[in-house]
Write a protein that binds this ligand. Structure first.
Ligand SMILES: Cc1cc2nc3c(=O)[nH]c(=O)nc-3n(C[C@H](O)[C@H](O)[C@H](O)COP(=O)(O)OP(=O)(O)OC[C@H]3O[C@@H](n4cnc5c(N)ncnc54)[C@H](O)[C@@H]3O)c2cc1C
Length: 282
């Protein structure tokens, strides 16, 4: 088996290395200083401006949405093995480089879910601005009351009521939900408790500003707060249109499995099996 880099991977890697050396590593102390300034103003979950500068520069250099094959330009369609060394490199500046290149979790997994399973309307409303780095998103699966490493245990209720779904439950460790740019969550919950274990779950899109969504707190990790936050969130009679269902009812567990293959972060993405979507999104 040939583990050598393809010409396309080599080209991206060289240009990414140049971007890292010229822009990303020098921005690390700037980021730290800006975070301190924001924290002093009580805005520790606001993004430091240097991140948005890096995003513009990465996009200008054609280093954008590298995780998604055929995202908007076939010239950027990278395979898993093409992407792996790029993810390894961005992982050397894990706070800055993945977001600068629009390859940061949890948006990568969410974009892939929408790319694979979203309706045209869902893609227009949520995937397009995510691909453009205009908003951020969260993936709300884990719950304090159940062993959530097995997604079949997830207990949040998603109940059909006329043309809507109504969501009730409690989640925690929801990455990204404290960032003011976070506009939408993919929420996993039970639509049919009586169905076989792996057909009970579904996923719905819940806007962050939907009535009944409450971000209770951002949990610290080893005593520190990440900029985007890992949040405890309650859902109390949160009502969303039935058109916000992702994929089919009862398909949530399967989507979670598809998402976790490529969707975690730079390091796990590099090791993931070939579960990446193919085909073109438009
Ligand atoms: C920094 C951070 C960010 C995160 N971001 C997100 C996010 O964005 N969205 C999200 O939904 N979640 C997120 N998580 C949550 C994470 O995915 C879960 O913590 C993880 O899946 C484990 O689930 P759990 O905490 O419920 O642990 P549990 O499932 O309770 O597992 C605890 C331990 O028990 C073991 N165990 C569980 N069940 C069994 C069993 N039946 N038999 C034997 N052993 C068992 C597990 O292997 C593990 O060692 C995040 C967590 C962290 C720390």
């Amino acid at each position: 088996m040939d583990f050598g880099l393809s010409g396309r991977a080599r080209d991206h890697l060289d240009r990414l290395q140049d971007f890292m050396d010229a822009r990303v590593y020098p921005a690390e102390p700037v980021y730290a200083a800006q975070r301190r300034e924001l924290a002093a103003l009580g805005r520790e979950h606001h993004v430091p401006p240097v991140v948005e500068e890096l995003k513009r520069e990465a996009r200008r250099r054609g280093l954008w949405n590298l995780f998604l094959p055929d995202a908007t330009d076939p010239a950027h369609g990278l395979s898993v093995t093409d992407y792996a060394p790029l993810a390894e490199l961005t992982g050397r500046s894990p706070v800055l480089a993945p977001e600068a290149t629009n390859c940061a979790a949890p948006d990568t997994g969410n974009m892939e879910v929408l790319h694979l399973f979203g309706t045209p309307e869902q893609k227009h409303r949520w995937l397009r601005p995510l691909l453009d780095g205009e908003i951020r998103s969260a993936f709300a699966m884990t719950e304090p009351d159940v062993a959530s490493s097995d997604a079949a245990n997830i207990a949040t209720r998603i109940e059909r009521d006329g043309d809507d779904y109504v969501v009730n439950g409690r989640k925690w460790w929801i990455t990204g939900a404290a960032d003011p740019r976070c506009a939408v969550m993919i929420v996993m919950g039970r639509t049919d408790p009586a169905a076989p274990a792996h057909r009970r779950q579904s996923m719905v899109l819940v806007p962050m500003d939907a009535p009944g969504v409450e971000v209770v707190r951002a949990l610290p990790v080893f005593g520190y707060q990440d900029q985007h936050g890992h949040c405890e969130i309650t859902f109390t009679d949160v009502r969303v249109p039935a058109a916000n269902l992702v994929g089919e009812e009862g398909g949530g567990f399967a989507i979670a499995q598809a998402r976790l293959g490529p969707g975690r972060d730079a390091s796990t993405t590099a090791c993931a099996p070939s579960a990446r979507p193919s085909g073109r999104w438009s």
